[in-house]
Design a protein around this ligand. Sequence first.
Ligand code: 1CP
Length: 392
Amino acid sequence: TDYSFPSLDSFPTLRNDALLRSAQGTQPLALGTPPPIWIMRQAGRYLPEFQQVRRDHSFFTVCRTPKLACEVTLQPIRRFDGLLDASIIFSDILVVPQAMGLEVQMLGGVGPHFPSPLVDPQDAQRRVLDRDVDVFAELKYVYAAITETRHKLDGKVPLIGFCAGPWTLFGYMVEGGGSRTWEKAKAWAYKNPDSAHAVLDKIARVSAQYLAHQVQAGAQLLQVFDTNADCLTPHGFDTFILPYLRLLPTLVREHLAALPSSPSSVPCPPMTVFAKGATSPAQLSSLSQSGYETVGLDWTVSPRFARTHTSSRVALQGNVDPSVLLGGSPAIKAEVRRVTWGPDGFLTCAAEGVKGGWIVNLGHGITPGVDPEDARYFLERVRRECAKKGVD
Ligand code: 1CP
């Protein structure tokens, strides 16, 4: 298929830039003005219209067919019309290992499966480090999906692009799928740290190129999902996770700055780091000074705790417990209350003069068992609580 990057001014004008203003820090959390809101994994299995598409097409066919990926990306925007402030391109973090030459299958009821994961440093040398990756050619189906979706969104909400944190991808590439303990990946890092560093560095370089390409294709904010950031020690986090999270925004900026400025330059959009489980004071502090505009939070810390340990220059995103959407309206109402006007909530802190933006989201992806009407109730409750100027 033919694809080339569009001219960015060929896209419809963005009519709702609340997310971008919060992330850039130009729209601090203001009482009475609902902050931007979106839901991690908002396009997916809990939506019957997604299941309908999946009945006819395999998971990676949806990812690789721009028309289908675009359709699925727009499904939550249509269903929750006016209640969501962002869309996120439908794809998966595992398209990057595929681009690097590893086979990945999506098994029903099981999840991702690598028929031949990386087995040892020699194997990684041969299959990963000694191989050049043509990031454009391998992933242009994602870029085509992003460009088409930017047009079809018609400026309604911004479009988020994403990739995984290098440590999370290393985990899948070594384990061959999801794992409760990630012990093969950890054993590799402890036994052969030089090899682990070389692979992490390679993943980071490919991922940064991929993120820059997504921006050239039309992505307006970038999020890095480091879902497995919770499985190492604090020292392991500083050694195998943080340096590669830091490398991503540095390299994305370098790539974009190196592009010719005519016909027009491509500015670097705001970036979000979501390192699930990295919630100690030291980790929050490091993440808030790692080159990202927004730090995503899981649900294990209070907003006040997170605010205390992060720079006021970053916006925070989260931190509603996704499981609460399985708990019915009273539970949803109580959890929304906790993150807004609870004693340690974002709005309570803002009312006390604590600085810094907030992007409302769950603390991890929405789960398949959620009733879409409960997701709608969640979005409505947030708007209701955030319209108030004080606790009632
Ligand atoms: O059969 C199916 O339809 C598979 C279900 C599914 C979906 C809908 C998978 C398999 N991936 C996705 C889409 C997806 N994955 C998106 C885009 C949709 C959206 O956000 O609206 C994104 C951002 C991801 C990211 C992703 N994939 C992560 C990081 C975020 C997170 O939730 O932790 C991870 C770890 C994966 C791996 C993955 N892909 C799919 C599965 C089942 C898994 C294992 C982790 C899991 O079970 O959630």
